[in-house]
Design a protein. Sequence first.
Length: 206
Amino acid sequence: MHTLGRSIHRFVPLVAGTLLLGCDSPTPPGAPPAAGAALLSAGGVSASATGGGHYLLQGALDVQFAFSAVQSADGEVTGYFHHKLDAGGGETIDFSGRVTCLAFDAEKKHAWIGGVITQNRSTAAGWTIDVEIFQPGHDVWFRVVDYGENADATQPDRTTFMGFENTPGIPTSAFYCQLKPWPDIPVPDARTWPVTEGNIQVRVDD
């Protein structure tokens, strides 16, 4: 099980479980990557999950994120994502990825987003590019829930941190999208974190 490194050692027991089930330059939060935005404007999209902003992993570690993932009417999936965590002491955990699979629960507005790492800019010990599973080309994934917009929101949108290739029980992104894990034990939306700044939108055509 991978931890968040020595610089945030006091959070390791909590964060490690989060990482097991969980974003080619950095993308500003709230702005979809250009490729995904172009597809959205072009039409022909049957489902999409987009968003950006900040959340606090374990209520303590600031994560900046942005993503745009779309599925066309013929089933083609495309998109990009970026997650950057401030690990303290000037160190970061910083990944960009390309979306390769998507899954949705239209009624609950859940989305599962799988992909491959395209860049690893991490500086935190144990998370740098010399670790095999964190090199470009290896699988990565996360999941989100959309709780509505503005006055219609029932609560803040939520997201997980990233999960990585060969997590126990989840060997690949494709398997993750097929499995669609959404644990509600010990609490609803387990191992997801409320968005503190920004927004997530999950849209599925009827």
